[in-house]
Design a protein around this ligand. Structure first.
Ligand SMILES: Cc1cc2nc3c(=O)[nH]c(=O)nc-3n(C[C@H](O)[C@H](O)[C@H](O)COP(=O)(O)O)c2cc1C
Length: 207
């Protein structure tokens, strides 16, 4: 099984998403053989799209100059490793009710027409990455986006990532969300973290 791990926390130490992803991979190892490719966009963020990038991307491949091809090289690499993977783990901290800017920069690099989605002659869009499985491990400072109706509306992380992954053809998505990591009591913080570990070790048996 070919596995791609994408980290996106800018925290290096004490990052809950990194710790839980490490934990899941350890659990998975005892049940599964996999080859792992790691992409850390938190520590090494991809370039933001630029005017040159967009011009190159919207120029048909056969008409691209060498300069245009060069502009797209790092995006091509990210897309190739995504296409090559069967299962993907996205470790995503919640920043300002959504994903980190580094993960958004990654997404802006991998969502490209003709590569990860296609347009038919009527302009209808179709995702090209069907058949892949994604696990999203999130961590949030606050409690509780699931149960508190007022706070639910602020969860642009799960909704956005679900819509985005669906758009590129991925529908087999599991979220493990850890809450109360910054703004709860110590007990709540620990119990939420432990609950996520439990969920992940169960999931590792079948994922
Ligand atoms: C820039 C920034 C913005 C954040 N915004 C939110 C937020 O909107 N809602 C929330 O519940 N927690 C927020 N947090 C808390 C993080 O989601 C929490 O610390 C989480 O554990 C981060 O993942 P990590 O531990 O892997 O870095 C924010 C943290 C940072 C650094």
């Amino acid at each position: 099984m070919k596995l791609l791990r994408i980290d996106s926390s800018v925290r290096i130490q004490n990052s809950k998403t990194r710790m839980l992803t490490d934990y899941f991979l350890e659990q998975l190892k005892s049940n599964n053989q996999y080859s792992l490719k790691s992409r850390d966009v938190g520590i090494n963020p991809p370039n933001f799209p630029t005017d040159e990038f967009i011009k190159a991307n919207y120029t048909p491949e056969m008409n691209r100059t060498q300069e245009m091809k060069n502009v797209l090289t790092s995006s091509d690499t990210l897309i190739d490793e995504l296409i090559d993977s069967e299962k993907i783990i996205i470790a995503s901290p919640m920043y300002n009710f959504s994903i980190s800017a580094t993960l958004k920069a990654y997404i802006d690099n991998i969502v490209r027409v003709g590569k990860t989605f296609a347009l038919d002659e009527n302009g209808a869009m179709k995702g090209l990455l069907g058949g892949k499985k994604v696990l999203v491990i999130t961590s949030r400072g606050a409690m509780s986006y699931k149960n508190d109706e007022a706070l639910q509306a602020f969860d642009f992380q799960e909704n956005y990532l679900t819509a985005l992954l669906n758009f590129i053809g991925i529908t087999d998505i599991t979220f493990v969300n850890t809450e109360a990591q910054d703004f709860g009591t110590e007990d709540l913080k620990i119990s939420n973290f432990e609950q996520s570990k439990k969920q992940l070790s169960e999931l590792a048996k079948t994922w």
